[in-house]
Unconditional design. Structure first.
Length: 416
């Protein structure tokens, strides 16, 4: 019943936004709000507020809404990439090991809300201990006073500036902290798959002088810059991030899980646990429509728990809680990959359990083309994976496959 109510709320909200405030999406390539970029941290940005509000109205036109609700997000991203011109200059890709990437995830929840809280609280604790300074909550972004005074009642005004920017993936343009480039440069010096949630948060705290909100927002901004990028998992900067959802191999949806986590943590810091849980739930529903119900178990879990964790961090700081007790409580595991090996060769997907026998396993397999479009129906198999035995699945498609997602259910490796 709760899911049905949330689904109805999502559909109604989409319908409202796709009303008379909408503008033509397929034209006007020179609209200023695509190109706008704050130069530094600015809490009183009237021009940016006006453009962001126009962008929000433009963003929710009926044509776009139909595509989002029918699993055609990849078409919208192609259009967007032509308009956000900075993509042409900033993207640096790593070399793919294989032509077809095989992502493997499981429906097992990778960590609890308390695990996430303890991990991020450990970064606050380390900052205090290492610098001798206190952490602060920080000031959340809101519409400028001039914008509020001059703008009549509207949906976007009620929505709030932070959510307006986060929901369109443009926080790096409209909510700039000024520390994004330094954080990016630090990440690029790290080893592949070595950057953890606690370490990046600690680094951002140093860059933002212990301001918790701006530290979280800086990470979110850096990630949002690449949300529309083609083959974003192959970006050099994303290769540096550790997997926080895939407990089976290193090719889970690493960008998506990180991007959603920091977006929801940031929103929760400003709007509390209840509102952030609702927004996270609506985001999950919208994402399932956008990708036409391809399973995203790790990302769904992150959407539901991360906002309340952001609120809990802020509450601890405001109450003056001694955070030093969390110094060594990093509870997000750094997975040692090798539980499964999966590869796609000449129309066949081969999966091998390297450590133990897994049974019975319910698999969901989806293939995607080079544009990101899903090109198959869901395929379900019940299999026993004996240790060392290769299981093969025929996935021969007329279209060129770029990515295969495998979701395991009902069976999990012991000890993970």
């Amino acid at each position: 019943m709760l899911f049905k109510r949330m689904l109805l709320t999502f559909i109604c909200s989409c319908s409202l936004y796709a009303s008379s405030e909408s503008a033509s999406y397929e034209s006007d390539y020179d609209l200023e709000f695509y190109k706008y970029q704050q130069e530094s941290l600015n809490y009183n940005d009237y021009k940016g507020d006006v453009l962001l509000a126009e962008f929000r109205s433009h963003f929710n036109n009926p044509d776009r809404l139909v595509k989002m609700l029918t699993g055609r997000l990849h078409e919208l991203l192609e259009i967007d990439r032509e308009k956000f011109t900075f993509y042409n200059d900033e993207l640096e890709y790593a070399t793919r090991k294989n032509e077809v990437v095989v992502n493997v995830e499981s429906t097992q929840k990778p960590f609890s809300s308390n695990d996430l809280y303890e991990t991020l609280a450990s970064s606050l604790s380390r900052y205090q201990i290492e610098t001798g300074k206190s952490v602060t909550v920080g000031q959340c972004h809101k519409w400028s006073k001039k914008f509020q005074d001059e703008t009549p009642f509207s949906k976007v005004k009620v929505m709030g500036k932070l959510l307006a920017a986060l929901s369109m993936g443009v926080s790096s343009q409209y909510l700039r902290t000024g520390k994004e480039e330094r954080l990016r440069d630090w990440i690029l010096t790290q080893d592949d798959r070595s950057v953890t949630l606690d370490e990046i948060f600690l680094k951002s705290l140093y860059l933002n002088d212990g301001n918790t909100y701006l530290s979280s927002l800086t990470i979110e901004n850096l990630l949002s810059r690449y949300w529309r990028a083609k083959d974003r998992e192959d970006l050099k900067i994303i290769r540096k991030l550790s997997s926080i959802t895939s407990i089976l191999n290193e090719n889970g949806d690493i960008f998506g899980s990180w991007y959603h986590l920091w977006g929801m943590v940031t929103y929760g810091m400003c709007y509390g646990g209840v509102k952030s849980f609702i927004i996270g739930s609506l985001e999950t529903i919208g994402s399932h429509f956008s990708y036409w119900f391809v399973p995203e178990p790790g990302q769904d879990h992150i959407n539901s728990i991360s906002g309340p964790v952001g609120k809990k961090l802020v509450r601890a700081i405001k109450k003056g809680k001694d955070l030093k007790e969390h110094k060594n409580k990093v509870n997000i595991p750094t997975y040692v990959f090798g539980t499964l090996h999966a590869e796609y060769i000449s129309g066949r997907l081969n999966i091998t359990s390297l450590k133990e026998t897994l049974s019975p396993c319910h698999l969901m397999i989806h293939a995607f083309d080079k544009k990101g479009a899903r090109i198959d129906d869901e395929i379900y198999f019940y299999k026993t994976f004996k240790k060392g035995e290769v299981k093969s699945f025929d996935i021969e498609k007329e279209e060129a496959i770029s990515k295969i997602q495998v979701t395991f259910d009902k069976c999990f490796p012991r000890g993970v």
